[in-house]
Design a protein around this ligand. Structure first.
Ligand code: ATP
Length: 345
């Protein structure tokens, strides 16, 4: 039987990449899957602290993420919406999986390699192995634990997570080989595969934690901010409008955003063709993109601001998720402990 799980770090206000890469596919599953299929969506605080965080900001951002997910349409009656750090079994299973995960495999993760690259470029001479923390290296193992704890089979995530999911699958397999068949092998369901790029640097993905705020559009941006971000988005010097993600990533990124939000359901290729036929330049394309984003995010922003004030309701939702997820997590860990031989004596 299918079980859906996904997670998001409380590391800032979600951007349009999170929205198109995770939220929309998740909402699609929420509305299309039979009610008997369990859905889990976790705000993963233990992942967020793999980079230094101010505790007070983190606390606020955890709550803000819950409000943002609800504002986007996650239904807490249908989806088990919970804080990862409320369920101690995540860390416990992660530890056990650490004993099965080859260090070399973790060192080959592109996310880890890009962390090393970022640090090396900012202080090439000063980087030492003391700057790189174990938690950051082991991040994908914790993610495997998140997925496996609920015996998840479908994991809707953005394209940047493919490698981590392959690892989760291999880790589940390694566990089963060592201790018996407990875990199903999760499917890498990237539905649909969308990678939204930074508006400032189309060679990088859009990210919550990138230093330049102008590189992203976030759910709470007012219309003027959205207009400005799209207007100043880096494209290229060719005047034509064409969907060519390899050759022309900047323009293609805008077309992808437009097509993902346009009610007409046209593909980026079709939109590009039409724009080209109508003799549009880049400015016109950017206006069209701005309009669809403003239209979609306007309602979400109002909802978000309203929900954010409802602190009592938010903690009630968190409590409900904690109880539901906790029950399943406890059951899985009992099985795991028995299989490994560390159950109560
Ligand atoms: P951070 O910058 O703090 O690492 P992030 O923006 O990369 O954050 P995560 O919390 O790591 O976001 O990821 C949440 C989900 O959003 C994941 O499923 C991830 O694949 C998806 N996602 C993140 N960035 C993008 C993007 N640019 N395009 C599509 N999906 C994305």
């Amino acid at each position: 039987d299918e079980v859906v799980f996904s997670g998001i770090q409380p590391s800032g206000i979600p951007h349009i990449g999170n929205y198109l890469g995770l939220f929309l596919p998740f909402l699609e599953l929420q509305s299309s899957l039979p009610r008997s299929t369990p859905l889990y969506l976790s705000i993963v605080g233990l992942h967020a602290i793999t980079l230094p965080r101010d505790p007070n900001i983190l606390r606020q951002e955890r709550m803000d993420m819950l409000a943002a997910l609800l504002a986007c349409g996650v239904d807490p009656e249908r989806t088990c919406l919970f804080y990862q750090e409320d369920i101690p079994e995540h860390a416990e299973l992660a530890w056990i999986l650490n004993t099965l995960t080859p260090v070399g495999r973790l060192q080959r993760m592109t996310t880890w390699k890009s962390q090393i690259a970022t640090r090396t470029s900012s202080s090439p001479d000063q980087i030492t192995d003391l700057d790189l923390k174990l938690g950051l290296l082991a991040y994908p193992t914790l993610q495997s634990a998140d997925i496996m704890l609920y015996k998840s089979t479908i994991v809707p995530v953005g394209e940047d997570q493919t490698q981590h999911l392959e690892l989760a699958r291999d880790t589940a397999e390694a566990f089963n080989r060592a201790y018996g068949d407990i875990f199903p092998l999760p499917q890498t369901r990237i539905v649909p595969s969308k990678r939204i790029l930074s508006l400032r640097d189309p060679s990088a993905k859009m990210s919550k934690s990138a230093p330049l705020a102008a590189s992203r559009i976030v759910l709470t941006d007012p219309p003027e901010a959205i207009r400005k971000a799209v207007k100043t988005a880096v494209t290229d010097s060719e005047p034509s409008i064409k969907f060519d993600p390899e050759g022309r990533p900047g323009v293609s990124n805008l077309l992808l955003i437009w097509s993902s939000l346009d009610p007409s359901g046209q593909t980026p290729e079709q939109l590009a063709e039409q724009a080209q036929k109508d003799g549009w330049g880049m400015a016109k394309l950017k206006d069209a993109v701005t309009d669809v984003v403003v239209e979609r995010f306007g309602n979400i922003r109002a909802e978000y601001e309203r929900i954010r004030q409802e602190k009592g309701w938010l903690s009630q939702i968190a409590g409900q998720g904690r109880a539901k997820a906790g029950e399943v997590a406890k059951k899985t860990m009992e099985e795991v402990r028995r299989a490994v031989g560390i159950d109560k004596l």
